[in-house]
Design a protein around this ligand. Structure first.
Ligand SMILES: [Zn+2]
Length: 309
């Protein structure tokens, strides 16, 4: 992975090239699947690492301006491949061992049209006039979170969708939940893939705040198991666990996974809080240290869960 600078963000095209490079360099361990297309026809990539029975999924960039989560996930893929081929360990995890017991799926960029808009502006979109209108005729797209049609992809999942707050009543840069759950091809593709693969544990990466959301309308055994893993994640990353209180908002991937898949899921928010904009790349070295082993930790936990849940 190349290192980042503030004037050269990590783009969809670059991710695509890196994915294909890793696939050809490590054919025994990497498999690439296109699970759908975005509104503007960009491929939604899922990268599979490993061959084991326990199945974990990490995804990033549901929200356009949060594209540093894509770079983080691609960095994990590349680093795990390297360590696997060298028979190396990362943070005490033996890659050969863990990738034979678990399969780690990565969907590094859920919202490629939105990410491209934030990084390259209107010229990169197919319907610039329409997008400009959605952005209240402002040419600055730094704050944009939604997909290219102005729907917030992390308010699209069928888990308390009717009562999501805060919410916008029309398409725009953020918070519009769409006309109905899974109306957008990006959210629908991730939803269907998760079910089809029978994913047993998930992390949906967002920014910012150094927090982990992990609780949404769960109780009993699932609450206990999820809390236990959340604590380990918190210890690893130093991120604070968030308790959303009695009326959590809903509609997010993690909310849906917890309530429908009935298995643990987490939303880590990388970087100290930086307000409504992309995380500055100078924050990345610490983010990497905090999160490098998260995919492996979840894989190990998923293996144990298979045994006892
Ligand atoms: Zn987000």
């Amino acid at each position: 992975m190349r290192s980042l600078t503030n004037d050269s963000p990590y783009t969809f095209e670059e991710m695509e090239a890196d994915i294909r490079m890793l696939e050809s360099r490590y054919p025994e361990i990497v498999q690439v699947v296109v699970i759908g297309k975005s509104v503007e026809g960009r491929s939604l990539y899922a990268v599979k690492l490993g061959t084991g029975k326990a199945k974990v999924l990490l995804n990033g960039s549901h929200h356009a301006r949060e594209w540093l989560t894509t770079y983080l996930l691609m960095d994990m893929v590349a680093d795990y491949c390297r360590a696997w081929s060298e028979g190396d360990t990362i943070d005490g995890f033996n890659l050969n061992d863990i990738l034979s017991k678990a399969t780690i799926w990565f969907i590094p960029m859920v919202n490629p049209d939105g990410v491209t808009l934030v990084q390259k502006g209107l010229e990169a979109t197919q319907k610039p006039e329409k997008v400009l209108q959605l952005n209240h005729n402002q040419n600055d797209f730094t704050e944009w979170k939604a997909n290219i049609r102005g729907v917030d992809l992390n308010r699209q999942y069928p888990a308390g969708w009717e009562t999501i707050k805060p919410v916008s009543d029309r398409p725009g840069p953020m918070n519009y939940k769409g006309p109905y759950p899974l109306s957008e091809p990006e959210a629908k593709a991730i939803y269907e893939f998760t079910k089809r693969e029978g994913i047993q544990m998930a992390a949906a990466y967002h920014s910012s705040g150094e927090e982990i959301y992990w609780k949404y309308k769960i109780d009993g055994k699932l609450l206990a198991a999820t809390f236990e893993i959340a604590q380990k994640l918190s210890e690893k990353t130093s991120y604070r666990l968030v308790d959303p209180g009695p009326e959590p908002s809903g509609g997010g991937y993690t909310d849906w996974f917890l309530t429908e898949m009935k298995k643990p899921a987490f939303t880590p928010e990388i970087s100290p809080y930086i307000g409504p904009r992309p995380v500055p790349v100078e924050n990345y070295p610490i983010i990497w240290k905090q999160n490098q082993a998260v995919g492996l930790l979840l894989a190990r936990e998923a293996c144990q869960l298979l045994d006892n849940f």
